[in-house]
Design a protein around this ligand. Structure first.
Ligand code: 5GP
Ligand code: MG
Ligand code: MG
Length: 182
């Protein structure tokens, strides 16, 4: 285990098993519909890579990068598009792939945007759900794991752009935050 991690909440094996289960369900659901899978950068990258290889049907993938103003560990609700899709969403069945839903403000913005662009259907699959943080009325169609109201890192999730490459989901030692504040 990495020295800055206090506790592993979800192991590499648990994540792999979950990707297999969710992928199988999604393959059944989207069979014959040629969905457009949309990964929200950068956090969803490992999850997207693993889950898509478990959805064994023809599909397309694209990426969106959004940032919310405000910084720190909370989001402000004002979302800015950093990288837009290359693909037209009009008439498409969209599967949004997220790392975590906290306040729900990022997804709320994306859903409004994709509705405005006339998507045929929109579903959300998120690896993690933190229901305690919710301020927008957003519910994922599929959730890998529910997590407590703690700041988690690993498997795509960062603290100050670090730890995204850890293969598990963990909680940082408190001294890691205080070091950064010095
Ligand atoms: P929301 O808009 O739902 O509040 O969350 C948007 C983004 O905030 C997530 O996609 C994620 O990048 C970040 N975020 C929310 N909770 C956590 C957390 O516990 N750890 C990390 N590393 N990022 C989080
Ligand atoms: Mg995200
Ligand atoms: Mg982040």
């Amino acid at each position: 285990m990495h020295n800055d991690i206090k506790e592993v909440l979800i192991s590499e094996e648990e994540i792999a098993q979950k990707c297999k289960e969710l992928g199988k369900q999604l393959a059944e659901e989207y069979d014959g519909r040629f969905p457009l899978a949309i990964g929200v950068l950068k956090g969803a990258m490992p999850f997207m890579s693993d889950i898509l290889r478990r959805i064994e049907i023809p599909l397309e993938m694209d990426f969106m990068d959004v940032s919310s103003y405000g910084g720190g560990t909370t989001s402000s609700g004002e979302v800015k598009i950093v990288k837009d899709l290359d693909t037209k969403v009009e008439g498409r069945d969209l599967l949004i792939i997220e790392d975590i839903i906290d306040s729900g403000l990022t997804l709320s913005y994306l859903i409004d945007l994709f509705k405005y662009r006339k998507a045929n259907s929109i579903k959300i699959v998120t690896l993690l759900d933190k229901p305690a943080g919710r301020t927008a009325a957003i519910k994922a169609d599929m959730v890998g794991f529910e997590v407590p109201n703690e700041f988690v890192v690993g498997y795509g999730l960062d603290y100050d752009e670090i730890y995204r490459n850890l293969p598990y989901i963990g909680v940082l030692k408190p001294e890691v935050y205080s070091e950064k504040l010095k």
